[in-house]
Design a protein around this ligand. Structure first.
Ligand SMILES: O=P(O)(O)OC[C@H]1O[C@H](O)[C@H](O)[C@@H](O)[C@@H]1O
Length: 560
């Protein structure tokens, strides 16, 4: 594919940005077009049998508070066409090796293919082959039901009531985020810990809270070679064997979620207690795979299945909807519009939902590990900016911390606000929910309409020298996502997949490989070398004076 800036739609958008984009005033656009909301709002509906609402759940994506006209959207769609977004999407769903730097298919949609469409990689039916998607799912169902019912017992015959998932990156962020998001559905008699950091505090605190007789360890690692995970897993194993005086049965207390059977076996886990998946599942897309076992244990298999089904519904929308109606495509194109034509460097995602408090952290890996790339498909550097810095926190908290900059700072920060119409906790007769919703609506409105100097003065009693400080420029774009009911497993699945395919669309336009992550390697290699040097005499070799100086100081102060 060609670099994005060589496409004719790109130059067309540049001209369009000069003539229209730069001058669009959103509040005026709403005044002059009463149908603007309808024109730029898109909806998916999750069917009743999977959704949390008895009549199905609508999820509304209101793109109308973005700096676009109908012409802009047409031109962005043209860009997607010229960049081959549909072709690339179809290649992904056909199991082609679109992860071209690793020679792999990108096939995580198969993991949530609950309608059993034929899906093949290298001619192999990945759904029904031995060890394939359906077989692993069935293993997850049986195992989770045994653990949840107490039929699966620890080495002294007790029910397992503590689950410690040891994993990092995609083997941690998805399970953490989803179990938090679906806490309402979680088994109340289960305690979950997620240990990811190599900082010994993380595993030590989890173990301090746990009883070896009732603890189940899930060692979650696609490669089973990640230093943090293998080190934490070994520490857990040593703790378990010490605490049980060597009587503890690893087979009853340790399972592996991985693609690497030989490393799993070397660690001492019986392959019968391994839940596998394939190399075509990228780490950041793996919560749908065996890596999601902690989710299944916590919320139960039926809920996990709904989670997959909600994701599948969004996959189908992405596959079938024409580009102009295609919700993740529009989201991705807007990101391109702001990044490449307005110079925006960031993207804020603020869920107005406490259960979604880890959603922005999850999206950081999804987006930034996928599209934090410079090199395009022909091996040359992109001459345009690529993946934005994604950040966020739940609201209303974020409003009381960094929203100052979003409202009055010098940077353009395209923002997504997410709200569910219904709360799982309608306490105080829904007072909290109404206040939450009023903030969700008010923030997007305030960012758009702003406040002029005249309006500040009209409030009265404002000293003239304070007027400029109280002005809000407004015209700051937001996308409002409204879940027309509760956020249950299916709704959550659909929301995640919206962002997955938004990220896909961005990468497809930018002509980069969204599916490798070479950028995490260099630091890993250097850390290995330095780890050795900590145990050797001196302050290492071949380092710059800063690294060498700090290494020496660390050894001296730390007594190493
Ligand atoms: O699941 P693992 O093989 O242990 O990998 C865990 C994580 O570490 C790596 O460094 C990658 O950057 C991530 O994409 C991956 O999710």
């Amino acid at each position: 594919m060609a670099p994005a800036n060589s496409l004719s739609a790109w130059s067309d958008l540049q001209a369009h940005h000069e003539s229209v984009g730069k001058t669009i005033v959103l509040k005026d656009a709403f005044k002059s077009d009463p149908k603007r909301f309808d024109k730029f709002t898109r909806k998916v509906t999750l069917p009743a049998d999977i959704s949390s609402g008895s009549n199905g759940t609508d999820i509304i994506f209101d793109f109308s508070k973005n700096l676009i006209t109908e012409e802009t959207l047409d031109k962005l769609v043209k860009l997607a066409e010229e960049a081959g977004v549909e072709k690339k999407r179809d290649a992904m769903f056909a199991g082609e090796k679109i992860n071209f730097t690793e020679g792999r298919a990108v096939y995580h949609p198969a993991l949530r293919n609950v309608t059993n469409q034929p899906m093949k990689v290298d001619g192999v039916d990945v759904m029904n082959t031995k060890g394939g998607v359906n077989e692993v799912l069935e293993h997850m169902r049986v195992f989770s039901e045994q653990v949840r019912s107490g039929e699966w017992k620890g080495y002294t015959g007790k029910k397992l009531t503590t689950i410690i998932n040891i994993g990092i990156g995609g083997s941690d962020l998805g399970p953490v985020m989803v179990t938090e998001a679906l806490k309402h559905y979680g088994a109340k008699d289960l305690t979950l810990h997620f240990v990811s950091n190599i900082d010994g505090t993380h595993i030590a605190e989890a173990l301090a809270d746990s009883d070896p007789e009732t603890t189940l360890f899930l060692i979650a690692s696609k490669t089973f070679t990640t230093a943090e995970t293998t080190t934490n897993a070994n520490t857990a194993k040593t703790w378990f064997l010490e605490k049980t005086g060597g009587k503890g049965d690893i087979a009853k207390h340790f399972v592996a979620l991985s693609t690497n059977e030989s490393e799993v076996t070397k660690f001492g886990i019986d392959p019968a207690n391994m839940f596998g998946f394939e190399s075509w599942v990228g780490g950041r897309y793996s919560v749908w795979s065996a890596i999601g076992l902690s989710v299944v244990l916590y919320v139960g298999f039926d809920n996990f299945h709904k989670f997959l089904a909600g994701a599948h519904a969004m996959d189908q929308h992405f596959q079938k909807a024409p580009l102009k109606e295609n919700i993740p495509v529009i989201g991705g194109l807007l990101s391109v519009w702001y990044s490449n034509f307005y110079g925006a460097q960031t993207h804020l995602v603020a869920p107005f939902d406490q259960y979604l408090h880890r959603f922005p952290a999850y999206l950081q890996q999804l987006s930034m590990e996928s599209n934090g790339k410079t090199i395009t498909s022909d091996g040359t550097p992109a001459k345009y900016t690529t993946g934005p810095v994604v950040f966020g926190e739940p609201c209303t908290n974020a409003q009381h911390s960094f929203f100052q900059l979003v409202h009055q700072g010098t940077k353009l920060i395209p923002s997504d606000f997410i709200l569910a119409a219904k709360s799982h906790n309608p306490v105080s007769n829904n007072l909290h929910q109404k206040m939450l919703a009023s903030n969700y609506l008010a923030q997007a409105e305030a960012l758009m309409v702003g406040k002029t100097a005249e309006e500040v003065r009209a409030e009265g009693n404002v000293p003239e020298e304070l007027v400029p400080h109280k002005v809000f420029m407004g015209n700051r774009p937001t996308t409002s996502i409204l879940v027309g009911g509760l956020i249950g497993p299916a709704e959550l699945g659909a929301l995640i997949v919206y962002y997955e395919h938004l990220t896909f669309t961005e990468g497809a336009v930018w002509d980069i490989n969204s599916f490798d992550q070479w950028g995490v390697e260099l630091g890993k290699v250097l850390a290995k070398k330095i780890l050795k040097e900590i145990d050797e005499e001196g302050a290492g070799s071949g380092h710059d004076s800063s690294t060498g100086g700090l290494l020496g100081a660390f050894k001296a102060y730390g007594g190493f």
